[in-house]
Design a protein around this ligand. Structure first.
Ligand code: 5GP
Ligand code: SF4
Ligand code: MG
Length: 490
């Protein structure tokens, strides 16, 4: 889908969806002769944060040019499309996939035209008062074309009584509550925003070479900066608005400081291990979590094996701490797409088997510690354990490098509803029985902060602890929260 927004265009490019979750990657480049190409590469490096759709909007000669499409970054953007996305600034977005929500109309960045001119926005996060705000806006005549949180930002900016664009933005942000890392693109500047609690990451970099040294980049993770050879400057701080314009980089912190709530799950699972997040290397943290897991839950074994890829760093840590050799008992096929044709005649555990294969050569007759980062529904873990048994493992001890996932996330990570989370309704011993392991241990909540010497300051761990740092306004979400609280008191 491509479109060019001139001065007189109406609101276009809004998405229409029933349920919108914004688990995503954002990238923005300002002041680079190949801005769209740089954004494309940044999105490429951040593919793990969203595989459903991808989009780029660039600013050129008084108009915003956009291209959004379903699919992976490499499939969405071809050379001719990148060439069409002219201009020295551009923003981009990868959207995460969840079943039943695969629609082109959900793709970002959103591009709209309002009295202040054309504006594009890419959002990673989730608002907790989007429904409430939407109701208010509609009561005053705003016409929504979607139920997306991201559209709320645009309407708030468009209907603000403030006069300057920056004041309108601050006014809009002061009314939203929740998780948002945002990149806006206007004709003459780019603006990066991180919510006051800092739920989702966002970093700033600068291009290194003389020819493009005035150029800046913002991205969800530092691995995007590495690929395009930009130098890491710092994080966008929680509550900070950074404008990139002809004057360079200008910072504004219009809101009173509040306690931070950086997502700990980014460290455990979501971010790429080669990224530096909240000032720390993700790979090192995951290894340390694995070491702590070995200290907390040792077991006699012949080898340690990861569930690839997400369990690999923690397994390395566990192996180092326990002294048992690390072996790859499970090998992953890295070329599995999102769909495959299953044979009519049933193959047991086909869905898992097509991705992972258990090696008899490694496992036969062995006592095995299997390390993974988390258990969500437990269904994959159960199949993996069965595969390991079928390949001859004598004992299987599953070790999880995070605490039990007990509650949903309202801040931008797409965890299933409470009832689907196996740990919300089952004890560890029951989960162990369900998945068929000889033993199962999770990391303790304190152990998750081993890298901070146990201090939990500044982090959100609500899906593990039930301590939701931000009240949830929206009706359906509040109901889920109450259920979780009731469950915790049992
Ligand atoms: P389960 O046994 O709960 O069915 O699956 C556990 C696996 O799901 C683990 O290997 C873990 O890495 C992975 N996982 C954890 N959280 C997420 C998530 O948010 N999205 C996806 N795609 N996988 C996840
Ligand atoms: Fe991250 Fe969990 Fe908090 Fe969501 S609830 S922001 S996944 S730690
Ligand atoms: Mg995994």
């Amino acid at each position: 889908m491509g479109e060019r927004l001139g001065k007189k265009a109406a609101i276009v490019g809004m998405s229409v969806v029933d349920k919108f979750r914004d688990e995503c990657a954002v990238v923005g480049v300002y002041g680079h002769p190949e801005a769209a190409n740089m954004v494309y590469l940044g999105l490429y490096a951040l593919q793990h944060r969203g595989q459903e759709s991808s989009g780029i909007v660039s600013s050129d000669s008084g108009a915003l040019i956009s291209h959004r499409q379903m699919g992976l970054v490499a499939d969405v953007f071809k050379e001719d499309i990148i060439k069409r996305l002219r201009g020295s600034s551009a923003i981009g977005h990868n959207r995460y996939s969840t079943a039943g929500q695969s629609h082109l109309k959900n793709a970002q960045p959103l591009v709209v035209e309002y009295a202040g001119g054309p504006i594009a926005v890419a959002h990673n996060g989730n608002l907790v008062n989007a429904q409430t705000l939407r109701g208010e806006l509609e009561a005053y005549g705003s016409i929504f074309q979607s139920t997306s949180d991201t559209e709320v930002f645009i309407h708030l900016i468009a209907t603000s009584k403030e006069r300057t664009q920056m004041n309108r933005l601050v006014d809009a942000l002061s009314r939203v509550s929740g998780a948002y890392s945002l990149v806006f693109l206007m004709l003459d500047r780019m603006i990066a925003v991180r919510d006051p609690m800092g739920f989702r990451p966002l970093v700033v970099g600068r291009f290194k070479t003389a020819a493009d040294s005035d150029g800046y980049v913002v991205a969800s993770e530092t691995c995007a900066l590495d690929l395009i050879e930009a130098e890491y400057i710092r994080e966008v701080e929680p509550g900070e608005i950074i404008t990139f314009g002809p004057q360079g980089m200008e910072s504004l912190k219009p809101f009173p400081p509040v306690p931070h709530a950086k997502c700990i799950f980014e460290y455990i699972y979501f971010a790429r291990p080669d990224s530096n997040l909240y000032g720390r290397n993700v790979y090192r943290i995951r290894k340390e979590l694995g070491r702590q897991l070995a200290r907390e839950s040792p077991v006699e074994a012949d080898l340690v094996t990861p569930v690839p890829d997400s369990g690999v760093p923690a397994a390395i840590g566990y192996a180092e701490e326990s002294g048992f050799p690390l072996e790859f008992g499970l090998i992953r096929n890295h070329y599995v797409g999102r769909t495959f044709i299953e044979p009519a005649q049933s193959i047991r555990h086909f869905g898992v088997k097509i991705k992972l294969n258990a090696q008899r050569e490694v496992l036969q007759g062995k006592r095995v510690v299997v390390v993974d980062d988390s258990i969500v529904r437990g269904t994959t873990s159960r199949k993996i354990i069965q595969m390991l048994r079928d390949a001859g493992a004598k004992e299987i001890h599953l070790r999880i490098s995070s605490p039990p996932t007990m509650g949903p996330c309202f801040y931008g990570i797409d965890t299933p509803t409470r009832s689907e989370l196996i740990a919300s309704s089952h004890k560890v011993s029951e989960i162990c029985e369900f998945i068929g392991a000889d033993s199962l241990s999770y990391l303790s909540q304190e152990g998750m902060y081993v890298f901070l010497d146990g201090s939990r300051d500044g982090f959100c761990d609500a899906c593990f602890s039930g301590n939701y740092p931000l009240h949830v306004d929206d009706e359906g979400k509040t109901k889920q929260l109450h259920l979780f609280e009731a469950m915790q008191q049992r």
